[in-house]
Design a protein around this ligand. Sequence first.
Ligand code: H79
Length: 413
Amino acid sequence: MKNRTGQWWDEGKFGLFIHWGLYSLLGGEYKGKRTDNIAEWIMHDLDIPMEEYHKLAASFNPTSFDADSIVRLAKQAGMKYVVLTSKHHEGFALYHSKVSPYNSFDATPYKKDVVQQLRKACDKHGLVFGLYYSQAQDWDDPNACRDGYSEEGRDFSSYFTKKCIPQITELLTEYGPIGLLWLDTPLYMTEKQSKTLKAHIKSLQPDCLISGRIGHGLGDYMTTGDNFIPALAYDRPFEVPATINSTWGYNKFDTNWKSTAKILRSLVKVVSRGGNYLLNIGPRGDGSVPEESITILENVGSFMEKNGQSIYGTKALPLYPYDIDWGYFTAKKGKLFIHIFEDKEDAYLLNIANKPLRCYRLSDGLPLTLKERTTCEGDSSWLIKLPPREEGEIDQVICVEIEGDVSFEPITG
Ligand code: H79
């Protein structure tokens, strides 16, 4: 089956994931015990009883939360869509749900609808708004799925019809167009249940995309494993969800921030293989965003501002016959972008079949010399003289204008 994605998703390539919930208040620690795992799993991993965990809602008063500044940050980073955890596995909803009072409006002193605030901010700044919803796991409902626990004694269909479907109905009927519903961990949902859910979502919002994790291959695109990048181009649209440190939800002990260089490499790699990159931030319990993630996103933004054309609207390339260790290609009709991640004097490439028409540095159009030659073995080659790198430049992007789509020649020898 050919997957169907929206033009905004296909061309946008880069989105912001936001993991935020009651777990954010704990920051990876509960009653002096730390979790070794991803912080949004703390209730599960430290076996915090439901009634105890509920008490967290009473201290959810995130006065530093500012939807507008988060969406501006995403926009500045060059992201085209935002996906917020409207309800993660913990079961607490970040909107005013009539289905369950365990939400940011009814159960907290904050008394606000977070989904609504982000919706407005996305509209204001022209970003597509998407929602994560944990459709199978809900640790607040003994009938829902729970990783590591058996299915026995659970009446999943009761949770499914009484909480999951009605909450998804609320999200898709009360907040305007939702670009994407990011479902996760289908666990023991049957194919029939996944199909019912898909039909329900499409009946309410036919244009709402569904992530691969609806289960049973029913998503509108494939979702890779968390932080996993396919080794090659993939024959379906796909998205890579990625953390910016080692956790999704805020963990005050996690200082394992990825470097901007690492993030840019991942973005370019994913895009060159035809995918989208959904990069996460985990705001603190008070709503503030860790400064390190702000800096990383700002740095990525400076790259995107000058070089966005090498990302947006690009398509997966055919497989280049050589493993080049200094960079990656991205491409669209008429343009091949060479992303150079090392300080080099020139870029030497073999077996590109296209005729080069023009070669320049993408950030400012600086013309560059490209020499074409057939090697002694009979392969075509390009030798591009590179300009000196700018201060702090991570990825120097060279654009070579070509006719049509890029294609590679087989190796002659
Ligand atoms: O929302 C993020 C994660 O919480 C969610 N997907 C991303 C986008 C996710 N759900 N499940 N998983 C990821 C797999 C989780 C596995 C683990 Fe564990 C959780 C490893 C450690 C904690 C469960 C508990 C398996 C081993 C211990």
